[in-house]
Ligand binder design. Structure first.
Ligand code: WTA
Length: 634
């Protein structure tokens, strides 16, 4: 497999067709980029003016207290005002907003008007439980329409949603509920994945035994299977939606641009997940314009992002970005391979999907089964493809381009993060493409690569990926932890945003992201912290200590390897190994289960007792650990 060290493919360039350029919102990247940097605030002002505001803002950017930037201050808006309200008075009223496909073959569709009414109804339900502006609501739902409805309903009334990915288990859910202090939880009886049922309500109940803060649980019926109901606390969604209180009309709360919209927990260096906070104004502007310019969404397009709404990609590019653009967005529950590995291509054909966005892991997984599966389907509706979550290997890029895009569709390899809210480095369809490169910075984004001393490195050299100007959709802080926000992202290079990735740039200015430089691992595109997995491992009674590393993996990008020190007098065995793995699955989530466990007698540590994961990694992949141990800070 090619590595990112061999930049021979830098010279492989895919030019856009004349038609693609002609149909693009942006036909000249360089000109607009130059303008967007030189006239940064003017650029963002022009974009923000394309949205609706209850009250126009006074100032585009308030940079008086870096790194706490404020955008569109003095403005009044609500993301729902732009994502739903403004469409229902136009020709989009009866246009499809959302097409949903369940894993069991059922389908549901919502027009803008029907989605608008559902959201209003559920917003009224939430209000009836006393949820008000500024309150947090935790949402633990699978990939079903109710997750979009719940998020939009919270936003509508000014409540802050905190979605916890439905693949996380009780332990992770509990931590996230406690940190957000949510009094209300929205969950489902279960979820379907790969033909199996995940018992979400059961997991939620377990999490709630240790989070007494939750007073109300709203349960969506997805599987219809019987679940335990605590009548003093639990209510079925469908029953609530039939009550008179669920009125289909409700005025959208007028929010300040800087009022919080959501918290989304993501993994960092320590075991405690970070609550990334996004706000109504800037996040609306950022997700709107990136969806529009990068995917070139038109009113006739059907757009499908195959992510899960529980992660940032789903928030920004299944729900908010496409809806603000008035697009038809497709949402699909379940696995790409179930019942057969052509499930996705069947869906593309069925709905005439024009824009398709997924992860390298998914493409690698599908590639395994060969091109006969996509070749069975008519994929001629596709115009633009996308990739996100991890670096895409050039050979995977070429396969995607050839067998899915039939050499017609440009691939938008979008680099961004939970923290950024929106794409930061990405091609636009009219930009020539290089496989393995995520293209160039988006408009208004001042990206660079620094060496250790904070100097920009020359072409071809690796370094720290940084962003030198603020952007509207950037996180505002880590929930209730401003210090950590400042320290994690803005302290290494003094008010310059440190992304946490290593990258290099070629002489044409194309960026190549090489991976994380901190203790975060991308496993199948999912973001996990090594410390988080270690904490889950040591909840097992036989374990004294553990250290986790990521190892390169052909399909998943990285796999998880755990080194485990057992308590005295505990015998090593394969059964114990399996038990530790399944315990991680139960506490943190199946995605965090180590692929490999090695029992060791001790772990290498610094003098102050910090585990030297890099030494373990070096040993594991057989490179000289000598230099590496000195890198480890004491
Ligand atoms: C990685 C996901 C290479 C990167 C949107 C980043 C990528 C982390 C790409 C954020 C890409 C995301 N090429 N790497 N196109 N997109 N990444 O917060 O390491 O789940 O820092 O957001 O994913 O992960 P997160």
């Amino acid at each position: 497999m090619e590595t990112f060290d061999s930049l021979t493919y830098e010279k492989e360039v895919y030019k856009p067709s004349k038609e693609t350029v002609k149909n693009s919102y942006v036909d000249n990247y360089d000109r607009l980029y130059e303008y967007s940097i030189k006239e940064n605030e003017k650029f963002w002002d022009e974009i923000a003016k394309q949205l609706n505001w209850f009250k126009h803002y006074d100032k585009v950017l308030d940079a008086s207290d870096p790194p706490f930037y404020k955008w569109f201050t003095g403005g009044k808006t609500n993301i729902v005002y732009n994502a739903l309200d403004r469409h229902v008075t136009t020709f989009r009223k009866n246009k499809l907003a959302l097409i949903w496909e369940g894993e069991d073959g059922c389908e549901r569709v919502y027009t803008y008007f029907s989605l608008y009414k559902e959201v209003n109804k559920f917003a009224n339900v939430l209000k009836s439980f006393g949820v008000k502006k500024g309150d947090t609501v935790t949402i633990y739902l699978p990939n079903i329409p109710e997750i979009a409805i719940s998020m939009l309903a919270c936003a509508k009334i000014g409540a802050i949603h905190s979605v916890v990915y439905a693949g996380f288990s009780a332990f992770a859910l509990r931590d996230r509920i406690s940190d957000a202090q949510s009094k209300l939880l929205i969950t489902a009886d279960g979820a379907y994945r790969g033909g199996k049922v995940i018992e979400l309500k059961k997991i939620a109940d377990e999490a709630l035994t240790r989070t007494p803060i939750v007073q109300t649980v709203i349960v969506v019926k997805r599987t219809g299977k019987d679940v335990a109901i605590d009548t003093s606390r639990d209510f079925y969604y469908d029953e609530l939606m039939k009550l008179p209180i669920a009125n289909a009309y409700l005025k959208t709360e007028e929010m300040d641009s800087e009022d919080p919209l959501f918290i989304l927990y993501t993994s960092g260096t320590t075991g405690k997940p970070k609550g990334i906070l996004h706000v109504h104004g800037g996040y609306s502007v950022g997700t709107y314009i990136t969806s529009k310019y990068v995917f070139n969404i038109n009113d006739n397009d059907t757009y499908w992002c195959a992510a899960d709404p529980g992660w940032i990609t789903g928030h920004s590019y299944i729900i908010y970005g496409p809806l603000i653009n008035g697009a038809t967005t497709v949402m699909v529950e379940g696995s790409p391979y179930y019942p057969y590995p052509d499930r996705w291509w069947k869906i593309v054909e069925k709905h005439g999907v024009n824009i398709f966005y997924t992860s390298p892991t998914a493409i690698r997984g599908i590639m395994r089964f060969g091109e006969n599966w996509p070749n069975r389907h008519n994929l001629s509706s596709l115009k633009i493809l996308g990739s996100v979550g991890e670096p895409i290997n050039p050979e995977v890029w070429r396969w995607y381009h050839k067998h899915i895009g039939k050499e017609r569709c440009p691939i938008m390899d979008t680099w961004w993060q939970t923290e950024s809210g929106m794409f930061l480095i990405t091609p636009v369809p009219s930009l020539p493409l290089k496989p393995g490169s995520c293209g160039k910075p988006f408009f208004g984004i001042d990206a660079d690569i620094f060496d250790e001393s904070g100097k920009s490195v020359e072409a071809g050299k690796g370094g720290y990926l940084v962003i030198k100007k603020p952007w509207p959709a950037m996180m505002r802080t880590i929930y209730k932890d401003e210090d950590r926000y400042k320290k994690t992202y803005f302290s290494k290079f003094n008010d310059v945003y440190l992304a946490g990735d290593a990258a290099k740039r070629d002489k044409d200015g194309y960026f190549y992201v090489m991976g994380r430089i901190d203790d975060v691992i991308k496993v199948s595109g999912y973001r996990l912290g090594t410390a988080e997995i270690e904490s889950a491992i040591i909840t097992h009674e036989a374990v004294a200590e553990s250290a986790v590393i990521g190892k390169p993996h052909d399909i998943k990008g990285n796999s998880i390897k755990a080194f485990v020190v057992l308590k005295p007098n505990i015998e090593k065995s394969d059964t114990l190994m399996d038990d530790i793995r399944s315990n991680v699955g139960k506490t943190l989530g199946p995605i965090a289960k180590p692929d490999e466990i090695e029992f060791v007698d001790s772990l290498p540590k610094t003098r102050s007792g910090k585990i030297m994961r890099r030494v373990l990694k070096a040993r594991d992949i057989g490179i000289d650990e000598g230099d590496i141990s000195t890198i480890e800070e004491d």
